[in-house]
Write a protein that binds this ligand. Sequence first.
Ligand code: CP
Ligand code: NVA
Length: 311
Amino acid sequence: MRHFLKETDFSREEIAKIFALARRFKLERGRHEKPLANQTWAMIFAKASTRTRVSFEVGIHELGGNPLFLNTSDIQIGRGETISDTAKVLSRFVQGLIVRTYAQTDLVELAAHSGLPVVNALTNFLHPCQIYADAFTAAERWAGAQGDLLAALKGRKVTFLGDTSFNIANSWILGANLFGMKVSLGGPAGHEPAPEIRALATQMGGAYHFTSDPYEAVAGADIVYTDVWASMGQESEAAERQRRMMPFQVTGKLFAAAKPDALFMHCLPAHAGEEVTAEVLNHPRCVIFDEAGNRLHVQKAILTMLARGQI
Ligand code: CP
Ligand code: NVA
């Protein structure tokens, strides 16, 4: 049983196929094969979502399947039923699970007990669907209409600024190494990636650069990326985080210190005036809505891969 719990669950060869299929799905928009015909995929969400929820619901529908959205506060998980019991029950009804929750270990447990393909729709540790869609977004700009998407990423540098010790930063560490990119992290001293992500990076022979100097971090960057400073579940720490991360705010001046043709990216939702200024959000090289739109096409390709076992 294949799952998509972390970036490295697919090989480079498989990612090349996923990107190629996403490109075709984007062109054909719904007028294509239906690999999820007669299937229902449950979407178990313990946190809020706009992009992930809508892109998966629309995507499953376009692939011929039926999405079943389950907020954890509405199902018995919210009253203490175990994840493993829930997984065993759901496996009697549905063909796949898409899960947004807090602990990555809960996702791993679900994958172990359900007998169903499980997709990570964001945990505190990783957000792999986001990073695949982001890499696809940059690649389609750099490769053009016909070029090799994965090859277009090779040797490029992505700089992540701000909360360098949470899901999006972690996912870029894995993703960049997998896509053949360099990754630089600019964040407050002591806010370095956790041992778990360092171990995964080492395991794949990967590397990353961490600095507390935002200008050093963005030098030579092809992508400047940021995320909210207080993620879902960290709302009580917002003021303290804002104070510590302010030097890493993506301003017009900081963005201009990257390569002259660099892209600005953000997974969204964004907070103008906090992690990024309104000037950068309105910049011609800001591609945030392309990233959001590409979630649909890339996730449809991932679901096709999981449903068929290959593409
Ligand atoms: N980027 C992202 O995952 O957005 P949502 O939280 O709206 O799903
Ligand atoms: N780091 C953010 C990402 C939202 C898509 C969060 O976890 O809330």
